[in-house]
Structures are given as structure tokens and as C-alpha cells.
Design a protein around this ligand. Structure first.
Ligand code: ADP
Ligand code: MG
Length: 444
């Protein structure tokens, strides 16, 4: 938790790190950094590769002496300490976790975790107890006797986290700790960092270039070209579990058809897949945007609607078909959606069936009444008259679809109905669907 009323724990003042100073290959890895970090804070250091994140971290760790400026931790200026005090400071105060783990390949897991305690003066038995307690906490006690090469990436990182805690330091510095891990192991490591911050009250400084991690911390420090360019307090902190939940939801949203296609296209090049997928993508996108339906659901829905037009099924049966699960031969819709969709279809189909081309006047009146009510048009008498005329002309096939839109949109003084273009398109689309239903219905 960020608490600025506390005394800062880590203070950088005008701290710069310049490599190869004065030479043609001079690099200003850290420039004039001013920074205050507070006890028990979870800080994220964020920026592109090569911007100076690791340099900043190692400077805080006491591993990279600044070219100018100071670094103070718990009120002592660490690069002014004498060598032995500096070693002691680093050992007691700082735990480090790296992307590359840096386990000693010739030592087994327990001994790797014990390593920082070598100079502690504890007996080897006590050191082992601490080590095993940590391994147990992170669920890897049964790997204790193994060599690092026998572990997975996620296990190695848990060993290195255990090692960073061997001396129970207040500050944990993590340099892209999940950069080499799969998503499940990454999640585990990020959960451990959260727990170390919230339960163990450690100050955490996490270096990352993954934007997904930004809201895990209390504050984000943005770095670019060696400079701190921005600081942001995280208003709505999230847990790595929230992120995992989102990932699961996204995975579940990928339609089964798409998953199947991805498998089938395994051996094709990306551009070959692109060509083959174009029609499918169009349909998927349409169904996704309109109704979040899969291809299979679309297909079943179309078939169910055909049954209505062949007059083999009634509307209640349509609702049932849409609502039934795919396994039971239905379209797998949500019940309420199936119901409201069926009502809409019922309305359109029954209205369409009433169109009688031998009685255009009466059909015009019915269509006019239906459309005015459906779109809540609220027309003036003049507009009503014009809209009626337009519908009438369309029924007699004297107006094309385009002409209908044009006339509805046209101002009254120019002979149109004086509505706006969007309404014109809506009315025209509905009218065309009604006509289509009428034409398509062989039974009338
Ligand atoms: P980041 O961790 O954000 O990727 P680094 O802090 O590792 O960035 O590096 C910042 C810059 O300093 C880079 O341009 C890098 O090449 C340079 N750099 C880092 N270490 C050294 C070094 N020992 N000698 C020379 N240049 C270095
Ligand atoms: Mg780095």
C-alpha cells in the first residue's frame, strides 16, 4: 500500500548512470532520476526494452554505483557505506528475482535457497529449516533434492523467489521475473509477489514491460530513454486472479468453429489461411456483432426460420427450437433472447403476409400504420401524406429501394417526407423485409 505520510524508504536524488562516459559509445542509462519509494509499497517500473529499467533496479540494489547523485535506503546513503557494510546491507535488506533465475547449477534446490544465508552465522541445520519452510510455502518442497536443470521454468522461479526471501529482507526487487514463463507459471509468480506485498508487508519493486501487469501495483513509474517521464498512482488495483479470469473468459469466447478451423489450418501459411478464411471471418464478425452467435448457431437459426417460411412450423415451435441446446438439435439461444426474437419474427411475418398486391391502398395503409408505430415516427399531417405516397409507389414497384430512401429523406418543400437519412434507411429496410416475406410466402 502506498502511504506517503510515512517516511520514504528509498530515495534517489539526481541519480545518473552513464556507461563509457566521455567515449563515443557513451550511454546514459539513467539520467537525473528523482524518486521516493515508501515502505510496503508495490511499485511497477515500466518501459520499453533498453530504456534503463534494470539499471534503475541495480542502482537501488546497491549493485550499480551511480555516476552521480545519491541512493538512500532507510536513511543511509548506500554508496557511501564501507564495503563490508554494503555487503551486509544488500544481504539483509534486499531480495532479488531475475528473469534468468540465476540458480547455481551445481547446487541442489535446498542449497540454492540457503545460499544468501551462508554468511549469516546460522548453523547449517537452521539454514536448512528456513530453506525448507520457504520451499514448502511455494509448493516445491518435493523438489528440494533436485538439481536446477531438472526443474521447469516456473519451478526455477519459485526456487529463486524462495532464495530471495532467505534472509527475510524488507525489499524485493524483481527484474522481469515472468519474462521466460508460460501463462500459468507467470500467474503463480505474480500471485506470490502480491502475497509478499499484502501479507508479508514487503516493499516490492517489479520491473516489467508487460502492460498487463500495470494495475497489480500501487504506483507505476514510466521510464523512457533513461529518464523517469511519468508517475501514476494506480486508482483501481487488480489482482493477478482478475487477469486470469479475463483470460479464461476470452478463451471461452473463441467459437468452437474457429478452434476447429485453426486446427485444420495448422500446416498452411498465414496468407493461405487469410484467403480461405475471408468469407468465414465476415460471417463470424457479423454474427459476433449482431448476436454473439457461433456459426453452428447461425446455421441452426436459419434452418429454424426456413421452417416458418415453408409453414411447417409455427412461432411457438420456433421459440422452442431457438431455445433448445445444440446437443438437442436446437440453436442454443438464451431463453429470453429466443422469446423476443420470435416475437419480432412473428410481427414481421404476420405483417408481411397481410400485404396484398391486388389491394394496394389498403396494404399501404396497413404498412403505414405499422411503420409509424414501430419507429414511433410522430409525423405532421404533411409528412404522413408523403410517407403514404412513398410506400404506395414502392408497392406498385414504381420506386426503387434507393428512391424510397431518397424520398423519405428529402425535405418537404422539395416533395419528400422530410425525415432524416437514418430514419429513412430504417424504414426502407423494414419495408423491404416485409416485401421479401410476402414474396417468399408461397401459401398466399
Ligand atoms: P532495460 O532493463 O530497460 O531493458 P537496461 O537498464 O538494461 O534497460 O539498459 C539501459 C541501456 O544501458 C541500454 O541501452 C543498454 O544497452 C545500456 N547498458 C546496460 N548495461 C550496460 C553496460 N554494462 N555497458 C554499456 N551499456 C550498458
Ligand atoms: Mg532489463
Amino acid at each position: 500500500m502506498l502511504d506517503k505520510t510515512k517516511k520514504p524508504q528509498i530515495v534517489l536524488e539526481k541519480t545518473s548512470v552513464v556507461y563509457n562516459q566521455g567515449q563515443s559509445n557513451e550511454v546514459r542509462s539513467l539520467e537525473n532520476a528523482n524518486l521516493k519509494l515508501y515502505p510496503q509499497e508495490y511499485v511497477i517500473i515500466f518501459g520499453p526494452s533498453g530504456c534503463g529499467k534494470s539499471t534503475l533496479l541495480y542502482t537501488i540494489a546497491g549493485l550499480q554505483k551511480p555516476t552521480s547523485g545519491t541512493v538512500s535506503i532507510d536513511n543511509s546513503e548506500i554508496y557511501s557505506l564501507k564495503k563490508s557494510d554494503m555487503v551486509e546491507f544488500h544481504r539483509r535488506k534486499i531480495g532479488m528475482i531475475f528473469q534468468a533465475f540465476y540458480l547455481i547449477p551445481s547446487l541442489n534446490v535446498v542449497d540454492n535457497v540457503c545460499l544468501p544465508k551462508t554468511a549469516s552465522g546460522d548453523s547449517s541445520k537452521d539454514r536448512k529449516i528456513v530453506s525448507e519452510t520457504l520451499l514448502k510455502r511455494f509448493g516445491i518442497l518435493n523438489q528440494a533434492k533436485k538439481m536446477p536443470s531438472e526443474l521447469s521454468g516456473g519451478q526455477k522461479q519459485r526456487v529463486s523467489i524462495a532464495r530471495s526471501l532467505a534472509n527475510n529482507p524488507d525489499i524485493i526487487l524483481a527484474d522481469e521475473p515472468v519474462g521466460n514463463l508460460d501463462s500459468v507459471s507467470s500467474h503463480n509468480v505474480m500471485k506470490i509477489l502480491q502475497e509478499l506485498n499484502e501479507k508479508d508487508k514487503k516493499t516490492i519493486i517489479l520491473v516489467t514491460h508487460d502492460p498487463a501487469h500495470l494495475r497489480y501495483g500501487d504506483r507505476v513509474i514510466y521510464i523512457k530513454d533513461g529518464k523517469i517521464i511519468k508517475e501514476e498512482i494506480v486508482k483501481k488495483k487488480i489482482s493477478p486472479d482478475d487477469e486470469l479470469q479475463k483470460e479464461i473468459e476470452v478463451k471461452e469466447k473463441i467459437s468452437p468453429d474457429l478452434k476447429m478451423l485453426m486446427r485444420a489450418f495448422k500446416d498452411l501459411t498465414l496468407s493461405q489461411i487469410g484467403v480461405l478464411m475471408a468469407p468465414f471471418k465476415a460471417q463470424q464478425l457479423l454474427s459476433h456483432i449482431l448476436l454473439s452467435m457461433t456459426f453452428e448457431q447461425m446455421d441452426k437459426t436459419t434452418k429454424a426460420l426456413e421452417e416458418i417460411f415453408y409453414s411447417r412450423k409455427n412461432f411457438d415451435e420456433l421459440a422452442k427450437m431457438l431455445d433448445n441446446s445444440l446437443e438437442r438439435g436446437g440453436a442454443g439461444w438464451d431463453k429470453r433472447l429466443a422469446q423476443s426474437f420470435t416475437n419480432e419474427v412473428r410481427q414481421i411475418v404476420s405483417q408481411g403476409r397481410q400485404i396484398d398486391f391486388d389491394n394496394v391502398i389498403e396494404s399501404t395503409n396497413k404498412l403505414f400504420t405499422y411503420l409509424s408505430a414501430k419507429f414511433r415516427l410522430g409525423l405532421t399531417p404533411k409528412q404522413k401524406e408523403r410517407l403514404r405516397d412513398i410506400i404506395n409507389e414502392r408497392l406498385k414497384n414504381k420506386y426503387s429501394v434507393e428512391k424510397v430512401i431518397l424520398m423519405i429523406d428529402m425535405p418537404i418543400k422539395n416533395g419528400g417526407a422530410g425525415l432524416d437519412k437514418r430514419t429513412a434507411k430504417k424504414i426502407s429496410r423494414e419495408l423491404e423485409i416485409l416485401l421479401l416475406v410476402r414474396y417468399g410466402n408461397k401459401t398466399i
